[in-house]
Write a new protein. Structure first.
Length: 255
């Protein structure tokens, strides 16, 4: 009899079993350690050191702006040449796209800075903050909530939750920017319009990221270079900014 009871205890499932370790992420919020990896730490250090410096130089005056933008343009062109060399086919198409896209994005960024209304510094400041908020919001929401993938064939790590976080982050920044302009008596404050414009900009940032990812996949590379620790090349760092600048100038005008 005791033998039968022991055998039952051995094979019978517990009425309230604890979830396996691999199942905890399905119901619990991720632990802080899930956000931190060696690559993330490198990205964080690079962002904290290079980000403020670039921000100040881009906003301070036209001379320091050009001191940042011209080298960035040359490095972007150099990395695109790497794409051309690496793609197994459609090289002419890659040449044409790079010859149009890179100059157009940098020209739009410069046009926002050299605004005839003399608020170019504010244009660049809000654009940079919106792009960084989009990247940050996308990363945090993507890590925290995960869920269905957005475009797994191009970027396996991007999720719909991350897209929502990116749009939310950029929308909040542009809304604050509109409020600041209103306080400076340089515009009218439209809560919904400013937020929606920023959310659309956040979406465009993600499209810019995907655009470069397409060519990285075609070239068979993970990063466009190794210039910036944790980030890769210059195109890895400014892919969202490039398309956001082009979109802001052509479609929205001034943020």
């Amino acid at each position: 009899m005791n033998k039968n009871i022991n055998e039952y205890r051995r094979i019978a499932p517990h009425p309230n079993p604890l979830p396996a370790s691999g199942e905890r992420g399905q119901t619990d919020l991720p632990s802080p350690s899930s956000f931190i990896s060696p690559r993330f730490l490198k990205r964080l250090i690079s962002a904290l050191t290079l980000g403020p410096t670039a921000l100040v130089m881009l906003v301070a005056n036209p001379i320091t702006f050009l001191m940042v933008v011209i080298p960035a343009f040359l490095l972007s062109a150099y990395e695109w040449i790497g794409f051309i060399r690496a793609v197994p086919r459609h090289k002419i198409f890659t040449v044409v796209v790079g010859a149009i896209y890179i100059p157009a994005c940098f020209a739009a960024f410069a046009a926002l800075r050299f605004d005839p209304l003399e608020q170019g510094w504010f244009n660049v400041l809000m654009l940079l903050l919106a792009v960084w908020a989009s990247d940050t919001g996308g990363y945090i929401f993507g890590k925290a909530y995960g869920g269905p993938k957005w475009v797994p064939s191009i970027s396996p790590n991007k999720t719909w939750a991350g897209l929502g976080g990116a749009m939310l982050g950029a929308g909040l920044v542009t809304m604050v920017g509109g409020l600041i302009l209103y306080a400076m008596d340089q515009g009218s404050f439209a809560f919904v319009t400013d937020f929606l414009a920023g959310a659309l900009l956040g979406f465009i940032c993600q499209i810019g990221d995907l655009f470069i990812s397409v060519f990285k996949r075609r070239a068979g590379v993970k990063d466009t270079g190794n210039l910036i620790p944790g980030h890769g090349g210059i195109l890895d760092r400014i892919d969202s900014l490039m398309m956001a600048a082009l979109f802001s100038y052509v479609v929205l005008g001034v943020l």
